[in-house]
Design a binder for this molecule. Structure first.
Ligand SMILES: Cc1cc2nc3c(=O)[nH]c(=O)nc-3n(C[C@H](O)[C@H](O)[C@H](O)COP(=O)(O)OP(=O)(O)OC[C@H]3O[C@@H](n4cnc5c(N)ncnc54)[C@H](O)[C@@H]3O)c2cc1C
Length: 390
């Protein structure tokens, strides 16, 4: 039985407890009926992601990932709860849920009413998958150095360049692409655009296989022409738009890590109680208890940091650069340790393909790299500490 006592913490309202109960029940009863393929073939993965998006949309959960029709802002606590619960059940379900929000985050936060009315209902229904295209081969951690350009040509923008590591590449119906428009050097000269896969000059140039398979690839823009009204926000606002989106979603990467960690601890406890060695259960040995205690403490500490950050965003309505960096850094690093301990407790079985702890071992790894690697989060936190901002 999943640990739910944290839902009694003062960070939450009744609507959050209600969401958690409905999603837990859906994940237990409906999720197994949706095809979730771990096959590495992009077509199979794409099919699974579309099925998951439609199922999550039909059940009404995707509405929590985007701005509401009356201008309601995204609720970080709801997205975090959604990611935590889905990650505990199936990494691909968490991926689909998160990407619907991350990909359309710039539209939710900075899009025109017309852009929001056109795109968000399709995303909520799970009819259109979305992608967030920021990274490039030479611009990963150093985002501000990105080189893809967008030049205005009459009532169109023309994009040239390439993006890589783009989740939902080849599956998405909506790509928010960050490109250099040159209002100023570096971070201040970027803008955000909506690109559709049918736009002339757009292509998916490669698919990338990763250890925890999900649709991932590189994009190519070759004189890609898009109408002027696809600009999101103002020109020169691209970096601000990307960072404001990550300000919400970084916290929720921590929430996904928390979900993976909770599942790993559940699996470790179950095995420790069942496995007999030297006339005892594994859980009767103090070295096992030491591992379980460390994991339980790290999970609670992660949850406190994740939901402190989400609450600060929602209730105090502040930027949470520091809080979200702390939540992502600690929760992802801790989850890696918790999962590694669970694999150790499972022994040889822990490295057999398809066993839950083996899957978790692969799934957690990328979270310490994307949306700002752990080193980048430390730089952000240290920057705040050094400047006296806390
Ligand atoms: C599975 C996956 C999904 C992704 N999905 C998306 C997506 O949907 N959209 C998108 O735009 N991008 C996405 N990314 C890209 C991701 O955000 C980048 O991989 C990340 O920003 C790191 O960039 P990089 O891979 O180029 O590594 P680099 O920038 O080359 O960094 C390599 C390593 O250097 C270290 N490092 C970085 N900075 C410092 C420093 N200042 N000091 C010391 N060490 C440092 C870190 O350990 C880092 O991992 C995804 C990546 C992965 C792996």
């Amino acid at each position: 039985m999943a640990e739910t006592s944290y839902l009694g913490w003062p960070f939450f309202e009744e609507r959050h407890r209600d969401l958690a109960a409905r999603l837990e029940s859906w994940a237990q009863n409906e999720l197994p009926k949706v095809v979730v393929s771990e096959k590495e073939e992009q077509e199979e993965l794409a099919k699974s992601c579309r099925n998951l998006a439609q199922a999550l949309g039909k059940a009404g959960f995707l509405a929590h990932c985007v701005a509401g029709p009356k201008g309601e802002v995204m609720d970080a606590r709801s997205i975090a709860i959604g990611r935590e619960i889905l990650a505990r059940h199936a990494g691909l379900a968490d991926f689909v849920f998160a990407m619907q929000g991350l990909g359309t985050g710039p539209v939710s936060l900075f899009g025109s009413p017309a852009q929001q009315a056109h795109w968000l209902p399709k995303v909520i229904k799970g009819e259109c998958l979305s992608a967030f295209a920021l990274s490039e081969k030479e611009a990963g951690s150093d985002v501000a150095s990105l080189a893809t350009t967008a030049v205005q040509d009459g009532d169109h923008w023309v994009l040239n360049g390439g993006k890589t590591w783009i989740s939902n590449a080849g599956v998405a119906g909506l790509y928010v692409v960050f490109a250099r428009t040159g209002e100023a050097p570096g971070a201040k000269g970027l803008s955000a655009f909506i690109v559709e896969p049918t736009d002339p000059g757009f292509s998916v140039s490669e698919f990338i296989d990763v250890i925890a398979p999900h649709p991932l690839g590189s994009l190519l823009f070759k004189n890609c022409r898009i109408p002027a009204d696809r600009l999101v926000g103002q020109t020169g606002q691209g970096f601000k738009i990307a960072m404001a989106t990550l300000d919400i979603f970084r916290t929720t990467v921590g929430a996904a890590a928390l979900g993976f960690a909770r599942r790993a601890l559940d699996e470790a406890v179950e095995r420790a109680n069942r496995r007999k060695l030297f006339g005892h259960t594994l859980g009767e040995f103090q070295i096992t208890q030491d591992r379980l205690a460390d994991s339980a403490v790290e999970i609670d500490a992660s949850a406190l940091l994740v939901y402190r950050s989400a609450w600060t965003k929602d209730v105090l309505k502040q930027r949470v650069t520091r809080e979200s960096s702390m939540a992502k850094l600690f929760a992802t690093e801790a989850a890696q340790r918790v999962i590694d301990r669970a694999v150790q407790i499972w022994g040889g079985l822990g490295v057999v393909k398809g066993v839950p702890v083996e899957r978790l071992y692969r799934e957690i790894r990328a979270l310490r790299i994307y949306e700002g690697a752990s080193e980048v989060q430390k730089l952000i936190i240290a920057g705040r500490v050094l400047s006296g901002e806390g």
